[in-house]
Design a protein around this ligand. Structure first.
Ligand code: UDP
Ligand code: MG
Length: 135
């Protein structure tokens, strides 16, 4: 069964959007196969975001992801990796299409890091690597 890692970032939990985000995944037809609320440490986040180390937004991103609990979900379904990326929308919430999670529910808050509610794995390799980190 194809699976992807979805993270509901601290802004999603703070804004009480956990139910709405899961609702969209389930309404699409994907299955929540595993789920947990986590307060991640720096070590796990450094592994998860290894590809972004050294980029200008890396430190703000780490601080943001450490700012409160997040929800980690193993989401399953045929082509769910690309399907969830499509549900999530573009990284920049100002440009994310209406109808997507980021386009409908997030915006630019003028912060150094883009607060865009969710993470979704971007390939089969990333999904396998990231699911092993969080589950
Ligand atoms: N990010 C940011 N500024 C950027 C690019 C990314 O603040 O210019 C943040 C944003 O929260 C994004 C995360 O870093 O979701 C990971 O970036 P990536 O390019 O992997 O975007 P995603 O896969 O989440 O759409
Ligand atoms: Mg990414």
């Amino acid at each position: 069964m194809t699976a992807t890692l979805v993270l509901i970032k601290p802004d999603g939990v703070r804004r009480s959007l956990v139910g709405e985000i899961i609702r969209r995944c389930e309404a699409k037809g994907y299955k929540v196969a595993d789920l947990k609320l986590v307060e991640p440490n720096r070590e796990i986040l450094a592994k998860h975001y290894a590809e972004h180390e050294g980029k200008p937004f890396y430190e703000p991103l780490m601080e943001f992801m450490l700012s409160g609990p997040i929800v980690a979900i193993r989401l399953e379904g045929e082509r769910v990796i690309e399907g969830f990326r499509s549900l999530a929308g573009a990284t920049d919430p100002t440009l994310a299409a209406p109808g997507t999670i980021r386009g409908d529910l997030s915006r630019d808050w003028g912060t150094k890091v883009i607060q865009n509610l969710v993470h979704g794995s971007d390939s089969e390799e990333s999904a396998a690597r990231e699911l092993a980190i969080w589950f």
